[in-house]
Ligand binder design. Sequence first.
Ligand code: 3HC
Length: 669
Amino acid sequence: MTDSPISTRIDGDVLIITSNNPPVNALGAAVRIGLDAGLKEALDNDAVQAVVVRCDGRTFFAGADITEFTKPPVEPMLNVVIDRFEASPKPVIAAIHGTALGGGCEVTLGCHYRIAVPSAKIGTPEVKLGLLPGAGGTQRLPRVAGIETAVEMCAGGSPISASKALEVGLVDKLAGEDSLEADAIAFARECIAKGPRPSREMPVKGDPASIEAYAKANAKKFRGFEAPAANIACVEAATRLPFDEGIAFERQNFMKLMMGAQSAAQRHIFFAERQAAKIDGIGDDVNPRPVKKVGVIGAGTMGGGISMNFLSAGIPVTIVEMKQDALDRGTGVMRKNYEASAAKGRLKPEQVEQAMGLLTPTLSLEDLADCDLVIEAVFEQMEIKKEIFGKLDTICKPGAILASNTSYLDIDEIAASTSRPQDVLGMHFFSPANVMKLLEVVRGDKTAPDALVTAMGIAKKIGKVAVVAGVCHGFIGNRMLMPRQVEAMKLLMEGATPAQVDKVHVDFGMPMGPFQMSDLAGVDIGWHRDPNLIENVRDALCAKGRWGQKTGKGFYDYDEKRTPSPSAEVQAILDDFAAKSGAVKREISDEEIVERTLYPMVNEGYLILEEGKAQRASDIDVVWIYGYGWPVYRGGPMFWGDLEGAKKIVAGLEKHGFAVAKSLKAKAG
Ligand code: 3HC
């Protein structure tokens, strides 16, 4: 067993099985083989009275090895190993630290007793991979932790704390934070007299009615996903089927999910998200610059939201505005946002004060002199940005990173207004910036590798998923949005309605369609503000005060609860423009809407890759999942494009007269 990640040692009458399989002790084949052998050793040794299962490194088993899911199975399977531990005539104790997740949680359920350090977390996040706990978790959890906790853990996927686990019976005892192994051995000795306590023999605890209540309460959140319902069904099965039949039901559902497209998409995104953090051509030898203090220019919605990310992570922020009232308004909104989170119980009141205490509002750019990173979030106008960067160049200390939050503008041109283009890059946050997980880090021609590494590192620190983008109009996300918006508008001229186009997108799984999005963001964004100059539908809507939800009307009419309804006024404007353009109105099928709004996005993704503006296709998927709410169960536009098939996409694009990207055409063969 010298190469095995599993080792054993004997402490008097207790055998300790230890896994050391970095980084997260995933339960791959070698671990399962080792665990099995460790148990056999314990059973074969008469001197051993109890067994402790523990892990070295940063965490207890964080789950099955996801990379094995697409490979041929290797025995012993995890459920078999867990059954063997549960059947042990000698009590087995799980000693938990870090995160016992998925198969790791199921291992603890196969053990007879559980002890954990107070900082440990236990969870079954399989649902986030489009799966369910497939090694007995859905059947053992309702017995050990109760139905209510089981359904929340399995269908919701969030881990619970060690103290909550203790409260519900998922953990029997808390250990000292630094004395887990010794405490587990002592606990194992206490358990010898009690003997084994197989989870499968315990009755299911709790009220089965909580299952339906949970399903109802979360129906909206689960829309479109297959896995939550399957998790709920399995927990429900535990309440009425004998254990072995429940296990058979779990297995059948697990396999169905595993073979399905949704889980493949969700697993793709799990790895894509982690891959996105890696920068091609930059090795581990490039170190980030320290970021101890951040400056943000602009206290509007964007600047305020950006600042909150850093404050929440404990990093001091100096925020600059031009006028006192705008500064007061901006910081007031930030406080209100924090207080709203506190009112919902997401923050403690003292955390609000802690965060706001790290904020220094000022009217002077000079106060940014000691910042390590400055993010400009002012009006989207090149001349203004260049002026600001020119000033920053004279104010900021050497080595400070100068970032722009621009959504479209040329970072290289901005960088050229400084004498230090190597320190300039884009950090494009998505609105609301304190909530949305995506950050596009835009790499300019001259951006230094360590500046880029710093931006990617700080993104992780503030809880963002960062993707490297090249300089081009709209970078990755907004560039792909453009053909969709253009085509959606053309469809209206040809006979589709805003409601029809939006419905196709919502049915696809997007949080909203193109016109709902315009109404939410503001139809007037970028409008010239002259009500007499009407050249397109947007001008006509804006001239009539139809600026979107904020004025109660946009592409839709809104009531006081912001419920949309179709608008006769909008239809008349559309009819008028359609007549002027000579477009012949016809019936538009939902299929055509998909072909004309989603296929061009895939096509644009291929162009972005051809031009080297994204490092890899999976980065584009990450952008759309975390920045625009593309349904994760469809894996992002590039993954979805592959599922649809390049041939079909090319045929669809050509049918509607689009120019097809060379690489996409080549893929179609
Ligand atoms: N299998 C294979 N690799 C895994 C893995 C897993 N279960 N979990 C993490 N990894 C890999 C990551 O891909 C990453 O690899 P990389 O360094 O090459 O990019 C590395 O381990 C470190 O992971 P993170 O960057 O995510 O490290 P963090 O410290 O930020 O987070 C974690 C640690 C909370 C454990 C997080 O990795 C995580 O949530 N992992 C997945 C947990 C999970 O989903 N478990 C259920 C698996 S399915 C299952 O168990 C089925 C069973 O019911 C039969």
